[in-house]
Design a protein around this ligand. Structure first.
Ligand SMILES: [Zn+2]
Ligand SMILES: [Zn+2]
Length: 128
């Protein structure tokens, strides 16, 4: 069972200003790099590894169980928390204007990933 090359497994189209080839891809959430994690999924603004996807899935399950609604990311408090340099929106795939952040959002500090993109990566993960 040969694994596909790392760069062919992302569900997201790479950005025009994607990092150069010499760049070592690192998970934007736990900071582990290629070779230290089983898989890295590339988004528009960063990467997430398979382990961080698992963490997000576990949190999502908890949120559902507790009946917690998604955060309103447009509130000033969140914008201050995430920093003004960072767009308060999913950094992995474009989402429509109705739901710019793509449902629930998990912050990796520099990059956020939404529930929809977590699910897209999880689907790929279980395909392997
Ligand atoms: Zn990670
Ligand atoms: Zn997303």
């Amino acid at each position: 069972m040969d694994a596909p090359p790392q760069d062919s497994i992302s569900p997201f189209a790479p950005d025009a200003d994607a990092p150069p080839a010499a760049f070592v891809a690192r998970c934007s959430f736990c900071d582990l790099g290629e070779g230290e994690v089983a898989r890295l999924f590339q988004g528009r603004a960063g990467y997430i590894c398979d382990e961080c996807i698992d963490v997000c899935l576990a949190l999502l399950a908890d949120y559902r169980e507790l009946g917690l609604p998604p955060h309103d990311m447009q509130r000033p408090w969140y914008q201050r928390w995430f920093g003004e340099q960072t767009a308060v929106a999913c950094g992995f795939a474009p989402h429509d204007a109705e739901n710019p952040q793509g449902e629930r959002l998990f912050s990796g500090g520099r990059v956020q990933i939404c529930e929809q993109c977590v699910s897209a990566c999880a689907a790929l993960k279980t395909d392997a």
